[in-house]
Write a protein that binds this ligand. Structure first.
Ligand code: BGP
Length: 472
């Protein structure tokens, strides 16, 4: 591959506070909704939780040393809201801020660009209990106050900010599929909470720009491009409906400031659409313009087929890693997601589709005309240590093909800022426990001192970065 990646391209890797930090009650940290959820019977795979996780909180120097050895250009991580504001608002815990100063300083000293996610799902439990968290517009004020504390504290050191991680996923899983806290199944509530996330994004971006902090700001959406299963008109229509009620619906409100008309009307006719106040429209449109980049988390594509009014609804997904448990899932009257025989699948039945990444990048770039940051991409697998090595050739193949897709997309005119894999070390998977691994660094969760072992993919990515994408 000749070199098409710009000199300042951010070859990075990502994590999230709850999935790595551990130390869930240390140094004054308050509880989040996840601290509570994981203790309820049957909510996570074999009851796994993030009480200790990879113990990153205590091993931050060691983890940064590994990042430096790899040559990472960027490290994306999230800030735990309740380390800073244990009750969600009000009293600030300095020790929480100090931890993130230590992390950020360590990264900068080693030439690694910090990319900060303000919110990666660990809402303060106090706010959930007080007013239902995302269910109430009050979240806008509390979130904006939290974001302002972070901007004031870190703006001289941090140039890249991601307001929200996958708002489409945490609202869908929390309010429509009842798989994440608070465990509700109500489509109207899902769409309402999603609207509140868009408002949060908008007000935080506005604040950032109006106060004149330097740096770039965006949010990261989980984006799953969709194909029609066949050329049959009904399948093509299912694909169109998927775009109107899923992809354009989740993206447009963030990056255009408006919902797509067919999609919004569809929900509205059924009494499910969120209420849009006149002041919402203004701030959403304004801040969509001010948003510097679009963060994309890409794992797989979807293949769509006709689903009648009496068709299938949503199904739970594979959390065990027993391959071959793909189940069709859909919304009656809109679409159904089907198995794609042309693609390979992971052990958790996620379609492996690097071409889908290229399509996604091109379609997003054409629709919104903004720079894109791939804030997550990676392969969950069962890894094994044998004679001190982890031979994860399957992950190398996955990442290589997806980097090539980035290369091709840049060739097609996409303004791509960077590519962050999920994840740097192995970490907790929200619903799949510790056995679903994504890292370049294996963490032996069986041993008390949680040893770190470099996988083969570590050396592969090291070489990719060293040659700025040429050796891929
Ligand atoms: C994204 C989340 C990450 C991470 C990743 C892998 O949706 O932003 O936090 O968990 O998916 O997903 P999983 O752990 O379910 O395999």
């Amino acid at each position: 591959m000749s070199n098409r990646f710009p000199e300042n391209f951010l070859f990075g890797s990502a994590s999230a506070a709850y999935q790595v930090e551990g130390a869930y009650q240390e140094d004054g940290k308050g509880l989040s909704i996840w601290d509570e959820w994981v203790k309820l019977p049957g909510k996570t795979f074999q009851g796994t939780n993030g009480d200790v996780a990879t113990d990153h909180y205590h091993r931050v120097e060691e983890d940064i040393a590994l990042m430096k050895e790899m040559g990472l250009k960027a490290y994306r991580f999230s800030i735990s809201w309740t380390r800073i504001l244990p009750e969600g608002r009000g009293r600030i815990e300095r020790k929480g801020l100090e931890f993130y100063h230590k992390l950020i300083d360590g990264l900068l000293e080693n030439g690694i660009e910090p990319v900060v996610t303000i919110y990666h799902w660990d809402l303060p439990l106090a706010l959930q209990k007080e007013y239902g968290g995302w269910e109430d517009r009050k979240i806008v004020e509390d979130f904006t106050a939290f974001a302002k504390i972070l901007f004031d504290e870190f703006h001289k050191k941090v140039k890249y900010w991601i307001v929200l991680n996958e708002p489409n996923i945490f609202t869908q899983l929390g309010y429509f599929m009842a798989l994440h806290p608070p465990g509700i199944k109500d489509m109207g509530m899902y769409l309402k909470t999603y609207h509140h996330t868009a408002l949060v994004h908008a007000y935080v971006v506005k604040l950032f720009k109006e106060k004149g902090y330097e740096g770039k700001i965006g949010s990261s959406i989980a984006y799953t491009p969709g194909y029609a299963k066949t050329e049959d008109e009904k399948d093509v229509e299912a694909q169109r409906r998927y775009y109107e009620t899923v992809n354009h619906y989740i993206m447009d409100i963030y990056f255009k400031g408006k919902y797509p008309s067919w999609g919004y009307a569809y929900f509205n006719e059924r009494g499910l659409a969120p209420k849009i106040l006149p002041e919402d429209e203004k701030v959403l449109v304004e801040s969509a313009k001010m948003t510097d980049f679009i963060g994309i988390n890409y794992y797989q594509s979807a293949t769509l087929a006709y689903n009648g009014e009496d068709g299938i609804g949503v199904s739970d997904f594979n959390v065990s890693g027993e391959k071959g448990n793909f189940r069709e899932s859909g919304i009656p009257g809109l679409y159904r997601q089907v198995y794609n025989e042309k693609l390979k699948y992971t052990d958790w039945d996620w379609a492996i589709d690097p071409d889908g990444l290229r399509y996604a990048l091109v379609e997003i770039s054409e629709r919104f005309g903004k720079p894109i940051l791939i804030s997550e991409n990676g392969m969950g697998a069962f890894d094994e240590v044998s004679e001190g090595k982890v031979q994860d050739g399957y992950r190398i193949d996955y990442i290589r093909e997806h980097i090539k897709a980035c290369y091709d997309a840049i060739g097609e005119g996409v303004d791509l800022m960077g590519y962050c894999t999920w994840s740097f070390t192995d970490l907790l998977s929200w619903l799949n426990g510790y056995q679903k691994r994504y890292g370049f660094v294996f963490v032996d969760f069986e041993k008390e001192d949680l040893p770190r072992i470099r996988k083969d993919s570590f050396y592969f990515y090291q070489d990719v970065i060293k040659t700025n994408g040429e050796n891929c």
